[in-house]
Structure formats: structure tokens, C-alpha cells
Design a protein around this ligand. Sequence first.
Ligand code: SOE
Length: 401
Amino acid sequence: MSTHDSVLRVGMVGYAFMGAAHSQAWRTVNRVYDLPARVQMALICGRDEPKVAEAAGRLGWDAHTTDWRRLVESDEIDVVDICTPGDSHCEIAIAALAAGKHVLCEKPLANTVEEARQMTAAAALARAAGVRAMCGFNYRRVPAVALMRQLVADGRLGEIRHVRAVYLQDWIVDPQFPLVWRLQQDRAGSGALGDIGAHIIDLTQYVTGQRIAGVSAVTETFVKERPLPAGSSGLAAQADGNGRAMGRVTVDDAAVFVARLDGGALATYEASRFATGRKNALRVEINGSLGSVVFDLERLNELEFHDATRPAAEQGFNRILVTEPEHPYMSAWWPPGHIIGYEHSFTHQMRDFVEAVATGVDPAPSFADALQVQLVLDAVTRSAEQAAWTEVEPALAELAA
Ligand code: SOE
């Protein structure tokens, strides 16, 4: 138990996969870390009353509502946690910031650059009143990723020359998989690009400290029509040969691009939901003048490090088991060698967020950092449409805010 008196009353909007992951982290964070504030899981919101009532009980929330505006405006809420599809991030976040609530918003920040700009401006305004905003790129908080960043920042890799990043899944390979919201542009913004490509864009910019300055991209939608999910409405539907109602897929299934980073590195990125057999395969390799590092989410407790300054006879990729108390986030968990998993990255995210809010500092990634990711997503889409090299505008003005 922690030794604080202040309480942060959290209201969360959304209760599906990310809602469950966030709930687990909110439940755990004060039990693992000694923090200057205690989290109260006060209110959860969803549109379907029976479902959100059930989720409140199962996930451990004190109360539930079907009205997000009530949650955002409530005097009994200090933090608004947004775990909804991308088409509602902008409206909820701006309303919450205007109501003086600290905001944690799932990635990608928004569905468009324009929305991300509005959110970044709202966060800058709220910041002047001591209100904090953060975007939830959870993989930054995997200890091996944080260690990778430390090694780069300490100069152990020297000058960064190559970045190689892939994020691969296969959950829509079957053409009969229904047209869920993640396959609709108006709900999700983009497909594999924004959902999982956003993670590797953020992660590589974070680890290298370099910004993606320009891209050349190709994208593809392999399955262009899918069966409508049961009970769906409002989609331009038509029947296939077997009489099933079908709808058009309006996002990319895969996006591949090369990039230049502003520190001189060359980078390649691949985001796909059609990598048959790959379930959640995020892998990043960075090659520098003095060494290289490799991170693989399927082995998230490990970091491979090749130190080219060692005697030639001792060189090679070393496997670091990132479970020592000296490693980022790990001192509060188990004895060395006792590994952690996916959900811990969310607990670490809540730790950093609560600490920042309670001590009055800005958490990272800020909305401006997330806007920078959004600018890359937008440049990739335009590059693929125009088959042209496309510069990525820096979000500098917003970053300075
Ligand atoms: C679905 O593709 C998803 O849940 C993403 O939305 C998450 O951000 C990623 O971490 C796992 O896959």
C-alpha cells in the first residue's frame, strides 16, 4: 500500500479490450508502486446499459453511466481515461480538458491531423491551468523498450544509421471476418497503419529521439468487401451471391513505407493485419556506429544488444534479461528472472501518469508527441495515394506549446 493521502478519481469511457487493459492497470498501480496519489476507479461509461453495468462489476468500477458528458462534467471525477474508437477521442478529450479534467487518451490520438491539432491546442490551454494530458502508447513502458532508449540516449549505439520496424497481426486474413469498426475509416481513421503502425512510429521516434522527416509508402486493402456484423446499421450494404449483407472495407489492410529520420537514419516500417501466423508481432532493430539493439514483443523481457566497442573475440548479440531491479520499472515487481507480460506496460503507463499528475509535471507522450505521430500517418496515406516521396511537417509550434 502507498503512503499518500491524495486521491485521483478516474472516469473511463469505453470497456472493451483497451478498457479491460486499463482497468487492470488502474486496479494494480497502487499495489505495486508507492505513488503520491491513490487511484479510485470511480465511474465507467458505455452506450449499452446492461453491458456497461456488467463491465463495471467485472472490471472493478464503483459506478457506471451511459452518458459520457455526465462523466466528463462530474465534480466527482479528476481524470478522464478515453478507451473508445478514434472517432470520439477528439470530442471527449476537448470536453474533458475544458472541464478541468486530466486526460489519458488511447492511441492513435485522433482520426485526422485536424482533430489532433485541436486536441493539442486544447491540451496546451488546459496545461496553463495545471491540467495534464497524455496519449497511451503503452509499448514505451515495456522495460526492455525503456532500456533500449536509455542505451541510445547514453550514446552506446553511437550514430544511428538504420531503424527496422515491423508490427504484424493476422486477425482479418479470413475474408469472412466481419466488417468491424476497425475496418471503417469514419470510425477508425485508418486500418493497420493507424492501429498498429502508430505504435512503431511512436516507439522508434521515442527510442531514437529522432523525428520521421519524410516517407515513401504503399498501402493495400486485400479484402475489399466483408460481411456486415450482426446488428450493424448505417453502412452502405449490398447482398453477395449467397444473400449475405456485405459492406465496403474503407481502410488499409497493410502499409509499408521507407522513411528518413531527421538525425540522418534510414528506416523501414511494415504494419499488416495479413501476416498469416503473426498474432501480435512487434519487432524493432536499431543499428548504430557503435552497436545495435533488437526488441521483439514476443520476448518482451529480453533485449538483444551488440556492443561493437568490445574486443572482436567477444562481440555478438547478447541477450539481456530485463528483470533486474536496476532496469526501468522492474524494482517494484518480482525478484530477478521472474518475468512480466503485456498488461504490465499499462500498469507502468498509469504509474507515470499518476506520478506526473500528482506532482504537477507534464506526462509523456504529450498530445503534441501524438500529433507528430498523426502527421506521419497522414503523410504515409498521402504518399501511398500519390506514389510520391512525402515530407512530414514537424509539429514544432505545438511541441513548443
Ligand atoms: C488491435 O489490433 C490491437 O488491440 C491494437 O489496437 C493495440 O493498440 C495493440 O497493442 C494490439 O492490437
